[in-house]
Design a protein around this ligand. Structure first.
Ligand SMILES: Cc1ncc(COP(=O)(O)O)c(C=O)c1O
Length: 391
């Protein structure tokens, strides 16, 4: 059980508004922003290099906390500047040739798709998508058909898309990748911090995530998980830098042992410390407690929203999470936005270019996206429903 009063007292941003945008960039607990500021003040006093030296054990705890969160070992974790930074490094470690196939889904993230398309334009890679059943769930027998076909070089699946609450079945796909020995990349940007993301169950080779969403960390942070199999197979991004390898000869370098070979040398250690705190906080609260609280909020919110005439919930799938997207028949985007903003409700609008294939199927070019997280209250959800009802 979570102590919501204490959690809210530690969250200055939730006091004066109804904040339902953790899928965008969530509210950091105040002690995390304080820690970041005090780290920056250290840098101000002694310079960034000395400050990093002084904070060696804090910097090391980043790897331990993230490993604990996702069921990995510290050697499997790399710091990244964003989820896409992590994702790109993973993609850069696959040597694509003309005719190679990437298997993905129609619900994968826009930047991932843009990278796939760029790989098709530059290297002649082919992109195939796993079909879905009527409810929107991945068709696992179709997935097996694709994954077992010749030429598949990578399977890349987004766990939870940006523009809907759908939870994709990354565990079943992972079993297929293991069976057919295909590298497997999972985008867990929207799932870490709200769902139990366990790499031992997902059986992925790479998993990318961001700090600022359901983990409640600072912007400009993320991480990449890299499996032992990839590390021991000496897999690395084809463009790496001095954090990932030591320059030993005119024509050679020595690769770092762990996933740090995927890292950039330069980063904000203040922000990394902030992310460490955020992950440690989530570990302390317990992901199972977060999930239980979030499931209650989601169920209640959906029940209330569904009882309002004209509300169309757009999220598909037999298993959904705390991203809720909707439109209200007969009410324009502009009107919805104006009324929500007037009521001091914070939300996002998902638009076509962020979920092109999914939104085309749904016949909409936008949706209001709410993402209630454990610090939200049932009263706040009532307030949102009242505003939508009166539109
Ligand atoms: C599913 C998903 N993947 C990846 C990203 C990209 O994250 P970042 O902006 O940290 O690169 C997002 C951001 O919204 C996302 O929703």
């Amino acid at each position: 059980m979570l102590d919501i009063e204490t959690i809210r007292n530690l969250t200055p941003g939730c006091q004066d508004k109804c904040f339902l945008n953790s899928a965008g960039a969530s509210l950091m607990p105040g002690f995390i922003s304080d820690e970041i500021i005090s780290y920056l003040k250290q840098e101000n006093q002694v310079g960034g290099y000395k400050a990093a030296d002084n904070a060696k054990s804090l910097n090391a705890s980043f790897y331990h906390e993230v490993a604990k969160l996702i069921g990995a070992k510290p050697r499997n974790i790399a710091f990244a500047h964003s989820a896409t930074d992590a994702y790109t490094k993973a993609l850069m470690s696959v040597r694509f040739d003309r005719g190679d196939v990437i298997v993905t889904t129609e619900d994968d993230y826009a930047s991932n798709w843009i990278q796939f398309i760029s790989l098709t334009k530059q290297f002649g890679v082919e992109v195939k998508t796993i079909g879905t059943d009527k409810s929107g769930d991945l068709d696992i027998s179709h997935a097996e058909k694709l994954i077992s076909s010749p030429g598949v070089k990578l399977v890349a699946i987004t766990h939870v898309p940006t523009n809907s609450g759908l939870i994709q079945n990354v565990v079943s796909v992972g079993l297929l990748c293991e069976k057919h020995d295909i590298p497997y990349l999972v985008d867990a940007c929207q799932s870490v911090g709200q769902l139990d993301v366990d790499v031992t169950q997902i059986k992925c080779d790479f998993l990318s995530a961001t700090g600022r969403k359901f983990l409640r960390g600072p912007r400009g942070t993320g991480f990449l998980y890299v499996s032992d199999k990839m590390l021991d197979g000496r897999i690395y991004p084809y463009l790496l830098e001095a954090k990932g390898a030591v320059w030993t000869e005119r024509d050679d370098f020595q690769l770092e042992e762990g996933a740090v070979r995927f890292e950039n040398w330069e980063r904000s250690y203040a922000l990394q410390a902030g992310l460490t705190s955020a992950v440690s906080y989530a570990n302390g609260l317990g992901i199972e407690n977060i999930m239980a609280r979030n499931a209650g909020l989601k169920k209640y919110f959906l029940e209330q929203l569904r009882s309002i005439a004209g509300v169309r919930i757009l999220d598909r799938g037999s298993s959904t999470c705390n991203i809720i997207t909707l439109i209200k028949e007969g009410t324009s985007r502009e009107k919805m936005e104006a009324l929500l903003s007037n009521a001091n409700i914070f939300y996002s609008v998902s638009t076509l270019e962020w979920g092109l294939l999914d939104f085309r199927k749904k016949g909409t070019s936008w949706a209001i996206r709410f993402s209630p997280h454990y610090f939200n209250t049932y009263d706040e959800l009532d307030k949102v429903c009242q505003v939508i009802d009166q539109m």
